[in-house]
Design a protein around this ligand. Structure first.
Ligand code: ATP
Ligand code: MG
Length: 405
């Protein structure tokens, strides 16, 4: 239970209490410890159940509600009190805070506001240390050029992570025009990103999960829209909300970016914990990596999240050495995924993930170890790449024209 915030709620209004409970119950980070319909009993309930958070909805009787908030400060000082009211009157908010409330939310409670309040309480209580409740990790998979292996990595990494019973994992296909994550998973989804984005303010967590397609590996998929004309219905703001909701529901989110690096992709980059930038060791790819890294440098907080992943390592022809690539990019290569065309084509054509189709293959093992490295956020030694490390002397001068003109 160390990964969750335990919460007790009091609201004499049954239907409002139920609505709040529905919102809370879908959140992985929340364990609903107790509920109560009378202000008089709640201090005892809290004293006995000792939750991290006491949620007090004060609309039914604000005076009694605020008295209770003050009493909780005396009887259960370790319980952080969150007050909910339909009034946004400044003096009421002030009284609630003076009585000892840590947060004040106005009804109807928006999920993103609730999440933000819980996040602040969690941070105050647990800080950034090891005891902090587990947050969701957003892993963005982006590519340096079309066909570089972005979707192959996103899907298979998602399936590997979903194989661990401690994780709940969703993959969102942000390649809104041409994304094919559904093909890799042989899935025919009922809903797509456009349905979820358009209803995001009305969705609760149960509905959200139902809108996603669950693959046999345990991975949930939110695919790109079916119709091209629906793409424009998804706004960056909607997407930010969708990701916020998904973060509250899943331990890991994988975002398969398009190669257009448009506004939707940028939201992904902004909200990422890790950005896996997939490249191959050839000239067009590495040039793009350099260009992308320069652009990322102009954006706040992106560069440090980027991890360079070399795909199809061990390919014989047209490859530049790892050392030269690192020098050129100015960043270390975080990971190398071996070349295995036959297996990768089978995986895609059969719509079966690597972990099932070829569990022992070097490429599968490499993705498994990559997943472990991302979770522990430490660099673990990647398995050796089959095939020789190649280097073409004549390509050493990667950017002959890169003199700034
Ligand atoms: N490690 C690998 N070894 C050999 N082939 C690979 C490897 N990874 C991916 N491929 C192959 O490369 C092709 C492109 O892969 P994928 O669709 O994953 O790339 P992408 O970057 O998502 O492409 P797009 O730009 O169209 O979205 C596929 O045929 C896939 O099987
Ligand atoms: Mg793709």
């Amino acid at each position: 239970m160390s990964n969750v915030l335990r919460l007790a709620i009091v609201d004499p209004n049954d239907s409002k209490r139920e609505a709040l409970k529905t919102m809370l119950l879908g959140m992985d980070m929340i364990w609903l410890e107790a509920e109560c319909s009378r202000y008089e009993f709640f201090a005892d309930v809290v004293a006995q159940s000792n939750p991290d958070i006491g949620l007090v909805a004060i609309d039914e009787d604000p005076e009694k509600g605020l008295d209770l908030v003050a009493r909780l400060g005396d009887t259960s000082p370790n319980c952080s009190v969150l007050v909910v009211s339909s009034s946004s009157d400044g003096s009421l908010i002030l009284r609630a805070m003076r009585a000892g409330a840590k947060e004040f939310l106005t009804e109807p409670v928006r999920i993103d506001d609730l999440l933000a309040a819980l996040g602040r309480i969690s941070e105050r209580r647990f800080g950034h240390g090891e005891n902090r409740p587990r947050g969701s990790q957003v892993i963005v998979v982006a590519g340096a050029i079309g066909g570089v292996g972005t979707t192959s990595l996103a899907v298979n990494l998602g399936c590997v992570l979903a194989g661990d019973e401690h994780n709940s994992v969703a993959l969102v296909d942000l390649d809104l025009c041409l994304g094919d994550a559904d093909v890799f998973l042989d899935a025919i989804p009922d809903y797509t990103l456009v349905d979820v984005a358009q209803n995001v303010t009305r969705l609760d967590f149960t509905l959200l999960k139902r809108s996603l397609t669950k693959h046999a590996s345990g991975l949930y998929l939110l695919p790109r829209p079916v119709q091209l004309e629906d793409i424009s219905l998804i706004t960056p703001d909607d997407l930010r909300r969708v990701i916020g909701l998904l973060k509250a529901t899943f331990t890991h989110l994988i975002l398969d970016l398009s190669k257009s690096y448009g506004p939707i992709d940028l939201i992904g980059l902004e909200m990422a914990n890790h950005i896996l930038l997939v490249t191959q060791l050839d000239l067009p790819c590495l040039r793009n990596v350099v260009r992308l890294m320069m652009s990322f440098g102009e954006m706040e907080g992106i560069t440090d999240k980027v991890k360079i992943i070399v795909n199809r390592a061990g390919l014989e022809s047209g490859q530049i050495t790892l050392k030269k690539a690192e020098e050129t990019i100015g960043k270390e290569i975080f990971w190398q995924l071996p070349n295995d065309y036959r297996t990768m084509v089978d995986v895609r054509n059969n719509g079966v993930p690597l972990i099932e189709q070829a569990p022992k293959a070097a490429i599968t093992q490499s993705i498994i170890t990559l997943a472990e490295a991302l979770i522990s956020d430490e660099k673990i030694e990647a398995p050796p790449i089959a095939g020789k490390k190649s280097g073409l002397g004549k390509l050493f001068n990667l950017f002959p024209n890169k003199s700034g003109k």
